[in-house]
Ligand binder design. Structure first.
Ligand code: 4AD
Ligand code: MG
Length: 440
């Protein structure tokens, strides 16, 4: 008597390479089916990858062959059979189907066909579009970026402390607030966790918050969402120079982690030039706003006036000078938020810093040193037209143990767009929210 055949090994497609030569069981969805008469080819996807699966009429039951021949795009199946190396198959392995279980037969009119579709159409089909290999690659890389962010900060001794989403006041100015009703009082969705983070830093020293933030951005650009995720480290007893040192190590770690884990997704699926990412290692060049303006004026923007904030074309020009991200510091006080510390003897500029990504991606981090003076803050609150009563608690932070402290916010979606080399932030998150997009 021969030994009974071992039961098939259940595997994901990504892990299947370890099981060549044995019987496996894979579960997934039909990407595509090619009918060659007695031979049926199925491209199966399971979220970890895609695999070529083939059924010969003579190798399976008549009933199974008929089931395979009837499979529509996106039908859900469990396939079992021998896994073999085949140089002609994508990925170098092929499943010889011996048996099939049809979990559900998809309706025949799947909206996304294997052809080019317009972005507007795809955005309306976002719930289905995210199944495509390119979108899967981006979402996987996004998850790795988020893990790298938390891992690095936790490892550096930062304490993760959550900050509220429902707030009574503005952090980044009143023009982009989403208002909601809070039991008869107005409340606003958080634009940033920073102000609460400053309170948390005075309690714990080094903290970060990481959550969704909201801005009623009325502009349609390739880098603005109305809901985006921001990680915000905040450090007591730290100045502007300290946070630049932290930011360059932090961003280098994020990029190098993605390269180490996802080189093939970057090159094969996203067609990203990874040599540009290999160069992202600290230190990053640092340029003052004054020098940046001089560069713009000497270059393609001779009329750029000192005192104005940079737009996307200015950031692109400045960042093009370097193959690593560029720090621009000491912006005009007037273009930045109310809490910025000013430069000693030069109140017209503040101790702020933006980090501009190369390859035209522009600002991915905004941050700076926070003002310690209660009098200056009081004055700023008035100048910025804010309601003092909403900020009494924030003023307390300057009354009781005020210390130099600094922090910054890195936008996840812009970071994903840059690392994945995407033309628009709408592909950086599963369900983007923009001026004209809230469905699905
Ligand atoms: O420069 P911002 O407005 O800075 C702050 O909110 C500070 N309170 C952060 C801090 O110091 N704790 O925003 C920080 C980053 C930007 O550099 C950008 O990456 C991202 O958040 N961001 C957006 N991303 C997508 N869509 C938008 N509308 C964004 N607005 C800002
Ligand atoms: Mg900014």
């Amino acid at each position: 008597m021969s030994d009974p055949k071992p039961a098939p090994v259940t595997t994901t497609i990504a892990a299947a390479g370890a099981h060549v030569g044995v019987d496996v069981r894979v579960q997934g969805w039909v990407n595509n089916r090619t009918d060659k008469g007695k031979l049926q080819f199925i491209s199966l996807r399971d979220g970890t990858g895609t695999m070529q699966c083939v059924a010969f009429e003579k190798d399976v039951s008549a009933e199974a062959f008929e089931a395979i021949r009837s499979l529509t795009q996106e039908s859900a199946v469990v396939l079992t059979g021998a896994l073999r190396a085949d140089a002609r198959a994508p990925g170098g392995i092929e499943l010889g189907i011996a048996a099939i279980e049809v979990v559900s037969l998809a309706e025949p009119d799947y909206p996304i066909q294997p052809k080019e579709h317009g972005t507007g159409f795809l955005m309306d089909q976002r719930h289905l579009w995210i199944r495509s290999p390119r979108q899967v690659a981006i979402l996987r890389i996004r998850a790795t970026i988020i893990r790298a962010i938390r891992g690095w900060l936790d490892g550096e001794g930062f304490v993760g402390v959550d900050t509220p989403i429902l707030t009574p006041s503005a952090c980044e100015g009143t023009s982009t607030l989403f208002a909601t009703d809070y039991f008869g009082k107005p409340a606003f969705l958080a634009q940033s966790g920073q102000l609460y983070n400053e309170a948390n830093a005075a309690a714990l020293g080094k903290v970060y918050c990481f959550g969704p933030t909201f801005r009623a951005e009325k502009s349609k650009t390739r880098r603005h969402l109305t809901e985006f995720w921001m990680v915000e480290p905040e450090i007591a007893f730290a100045d502007l120079e300290d946070i630049m040192d932290i930011e360059e190590r932090f961003v280098s770690h994020i990029v190098q982690t993605v390269l180490a884990e996802h080189r093939s997704l970057l090159t094969d699926v996203l067609e990203r030039d990874v040599s540009a990412l290999e160069r992202i290692v600290a230190p990053f060049p640092r340029l003052s706003y004054d020098d940046a303006v001089a560069k713009l004026q000497a270059g393609p923007f001779p009329d750029f006036p000192w005192g104005e904030d940079f737009g996307a074309p200015h950031e692109t020009f400045l960042a093009e000078q370097s193959d690593r991200p560029l720090f621009v510091y000491h912006y005009p006080t007037a273009v930045k938020a109310f809490y910025m510390e000013t430069v000693a003897d030069r109140p017209e500029v503040c101790r702020s810093v933006d980090l501009l990504a190369p390859e035209g991606y522009g600002e991915i981090i905004g941050g700076g040193q926070r003002t310690t003076s209660v009098d200056l803050l009081e004055q700023r609150i008035v100048e910025h037209g804010l309601n003092r009563d909403d900020y009494l608690w924030y003023l307390d932070l300057r009354r009781y143990g005020s210390v130099p402290h600094s922090g910054f916010g890195l936008g996840v979606e812009r970071t994903v767009a840059w690392i994945c080399n995407l033309g628009h932030v709408r592909e950086t998150t599963a369900f983007p929210r923009m001026l004209d997009t809230i469905y699905p």
